[in-house]
Design a protein around this ligand. Structure first.
Ligand code: CP
Length: 318
């Protein structure tokens, strides 16, 4: 495999390999010198056509900790705003000698177009495309679950039998889709909970339980993991629920719902969070919350992915 475009493409063995390499990368980050020489002489371009805080910064940190040269490209302020196409942008990056391209794009499928084109001969990593996939987010989420559920002994482990409930704006969520494919490959049981208006057409054919009732689902599943999703207002062109207060009452993780979870269950959110809407401040900042762990683990996962794609070990993923 030359690119990482989707978790749907990953087998259980490939996913565990990435998670295990990320464990090694996490070990490196506990050292005084957090850098490895592995990608010295390689150039990684972060090509972001959509806003990002966590993903962009952690890919930059990951590439730098592997000693790659990093070029950060944001569509805002570039010639994209003058109408330059993805093809011309990619060919410009190829002329600069990019070995790896990390791309976030508002159009689902844009990373695949880039990977399949002859515009650039670089490893392509999907950093989130439209409502399609966000594979490194799902990998860092699985890494976080595995570490919490198998403390001190997570290497080689899958998530067999783990119960994961994912709540919220499934319709617009590339995080939910990437998590579903990866979690199923790792053996977890997944339930989506959302208002009917925020469930994608076709979701009934996916390998997931669907529910519209959060309280009933929490009582029935007693989940190991509760993942709250951001309401993506910027992708909404209609009223998908009556109002924010009603959404929070029915589908938000309130302090009261947090208190009803098993004390050992974990609360996840990919960020950025709408505090008071999908998650209360008390839940976001609780000891059960892994929000900041997820951010830290993102660097280890992205180091593992860049290492596998760019260090000459590309075939190790296929
Ligand atoms: N989780 C996530 O993708 O966050 P950013 O949009 O800040 O990168």
């Amino acid at each position: 495999m030359r690119h990482l475009l989707s978790t749907k493409d990953l087998s259980r063995a490939e996913a565990i390999q990435i998670l295990d390499i990320a464990e090694d990368m996490a070990d490196v980050q506990t050292r005084e010198v957090k850098k490895l020489p592995t990608l010295r002489g390689k150039t990684v371009v972060n090509l972001f056509f959509e806003d990002s805080t966590r993903t962009r910064i952690s890919f930059e940190a990951a590439a730098k900790r592997l000693s790659a040269d990093v070029i950060n490209f944001a569509a805002k302020g570039s010639s994209v705003s003058k109408g330059e196409s993805l093809k011309d942008t990619a060919q410009t990056l190829a002329a600069m000698g990019a070995d790896g391209v990390v791309i976030r794009h508002h159009a689902s499928g844009a990373p695949q177009v880039l990977a399949q084109s002859d515009w650039i001969d670089a490893g392509v990593v999907n950093a989130g495309d439209g409502t399609h996939e966000h594979p490194t987010q799902a990998l860092l989420d699985a890494f976080t679950m595995r570490r919490r559920l198998h403390p001190g002994a997570s290497r080689g482990k899958d998530l067999d039998g783990v119960s994961v409930v994912i709540v919220g704006d499934i319709l617009h969520s590339r995080v939910a889709r990437s998590n579903l494919w990866l979690l199923r490959a790792l053996g977890a049981q997944v339930t989506f909970v959302a208002p009917a208006t925020l469930v994608p057409v076709g979701a009934s054919t996916w390998p997931v339980e669907l529910s519209f009732d959060l309280d009933a689902t929490l009582a029935a599943t007693r989940p190991d993991v509760l993942m709250m999703l951001r309401i993506q207002s910027e992708r909404m062109n209609a009223a998908y629920f009556p109002n924010a207060r009603e959404y929070a009452r029915q589908w938000g993780l309130s302090d009261e719902r947090l208190a009803r979870l098993r004390p050992d269950s974990i609360v996840m959110h990919p960020g950025p969070m709408n505090r008071g809407l999908e998650i209360s401040a008390g839940a976001a900042d609780s000891t059960q919350s892994t929000v900041l762990e997820q951010v830290a683990n993102g660097v280890s996962i992205r180091m593992a992915v860049l290492y596998l794609l760019l260090s000459g070990e590309r075939e190790a993923l296929s």
